[in-house]
Design a protein around this ligand. Structure first.
Ligand SMILES: [Zn+2]
Length: 435
């Protein structure tokens, strides 16, 4: 088993419900696990040693809601409202995406995420097996799904091609890549669903012990239209159909009501905050403070690159730290402590990965190193405030998953950058015409 010692780095740990830093410490890795964290050099010998003085080591970040192949649509339809953006800018191009496009879009997204410290992501897209193959090759972690949606109210569960693809994806890919790939169930949203699909699909999810990924109350418009359609909120509608009997990852939750939050808290639903996307599409603000007060497990995501327009989780952390203070007029709400948990441990919890999301002995070695020798990171009075309010994604110099370095100082060790750029040119030329 390969062993590696990371030496002389400041090490950010979460212990006894608080964050602290071991100054100039050591982190030992044996295979895919952390086997030592401490101030003193460990007694055990390691095959390799990496000197990291002037760097901060911390748990890698979780991008908990995205649509990776949409990197190909980056920036398209900017400045349109959500329904027009979807129908006029997204769907026509998405209908023409081939497996080769999905492949390069996924690889490009992973390059962007690895360079900004993301070790694991939760994705929602189709042709999911293509994304899964790329994730396994790249060595990242991901919860993937093939979402179901329907536009024909007479379509039966048995006849739905999307349901068949979704179940097949789960059965073929759950646990692939030494467990790095987790297959989820997924319902695109209430406004693209019918009861006769949702109810049996939720039952199949429960039967398999899987988790469910949803878009939930992203806008006030869809939320109110649901109430007009069904006489209840999307949260209540999904709950009544059995969806929340399984663990759920619910993206957005901007328009949820107090009674919805009580349901989300009671059912242990993980809610994903996507501040850039929600603001860019004019959707509003998740009631983050109210959710945290109720003990809801909240994580952070970028959403797809078409509505963000990047996959930079540090930017999402930064925005999440500021917008609720600005919006409410209360600068004491939403502490860096909460944001760092949301970006790491809460994500791992939402993905059902109990041995991930923390820099601690026995946990998976999913770590990032941040170069602290930058003008905007000096001096270090409060490392948590520094990470949330000052750090940039480009300060990440090393990203490791399962004890393997996947990205280091601009170099990708498992993704061939040159072929991604070639394949990207080919896809863009075919989809959008020559540049
Ligand atoms: Zn989304």
């Amino acid at each position: 088993m390969h062993t590696l010692l990371l030496s002389n780095a400041d090490v950010l740990i979460y212990e006894d419900s608080s964050w602290s830093v071991i100054k100039s410490g050591f982190v030992g890795i044996s295979g895919d696990r952390i086997d030592y964290v401490g101030q003193e050099r460990p007694g055990a010998r390691y095959q390799e040693e990496l000197e990291l003085s002037g760097h901060l080591l911390m748990a890698g970040l979780y991008n908990m809601h995205t649509h990776t192949p949409m990197t190909l649509l980056r920036g398209l339809g900017s400045d349109l409202p959500l329904d027009r953006w979807l129908h006029e800018a997204m769907f026509p191009v998405e209908a023409r995406l081939t497996p080769a496009d999905i492949s390069v879009g996924t690889r490009l997204a992973m390059m962007e995420m690895l360079a900004s410290g993301v070790v694991s992501f939760s994705d929602m897209y189709d042709r999911t097996h293509v994304t899964a193959e790329e994730v396994v090759k790249a060595g990242m972690r991901a919860n993937l799904n093939r979402p179901i949606l329907g536009f024909d109210p007479t379509e039966t569960y048995e006849a739905s091609i999307r349901v068949k693809e979704s179940l097949r994806f789960y059965d073929e890919w759950n646990g692939a890549g030494d467990g790095r790939v987790v297959a989820d169930f997924s319902i695109h949203a209430e406004y693209t669903s019918f009861e006769q699909l949702v109810q049996p699909y939720a039952a199949d999810c429960l039967k398999r012990g899987a988790r469910m990924h949803l878009h939930l109350s992203e806008t006030a418009k869809e939320h109110e239209e649901c109430k007009a359609r069904h006489g209840k909120t999307p949260t209540r509608w999904f709950f009544d159909l059995g969806v929340m009997d399984s663990p759920v990852i619910a993206a957005h939750c901007v328009a949820v009501e107090l009674a919805d939050m009580d349901i989300l808290a009671r059912q242990g639903v993980s809610c994903v905050h996507n501040p850039s996307s929600n603001m860019k599409l004019g959707s509003g603000f998740m009631p983050l403070e109210a959710m945290l007060k109720r003990g809801i497990n909240v994580a952070i995501g970028t959403d797809g690159a078409a509505s963000n327009n990047n996959l930079n989780l540090f930017e999402e952390i930064h925005l999440a730290s500021l917008i609720h203070k600005g919006h409410s007029g209360d600068p004491t709400m939403i502490k860096p402590d909460d944001l760092l948990l949301m970006a790491t441990r809460n994500g791992a919890k939402a993905q059902g990965r109990s041995d991930c999301g923390e820099l601690a002995v026995g946990k998976k070695a999913d770590l990032i190193a941040i170069d602290l020798q930058k003008p905007h990171l000096m001096p270090v009075h409060d490392i948590k405030a520094l990470l949330v309010y000052s750090a940039q994604a480009s300060d990440v110099v090393m990203t490791m998953v399962d004890g393997k370095i996947l990205y280091e100082h601009g170099t990708y060790l498992t993704i061939d950058k040159a072929s991604v750029l070639d394949d990207l040119d080919t896809s863009v030329a075919r989809l959008f015409g020559p540049a």
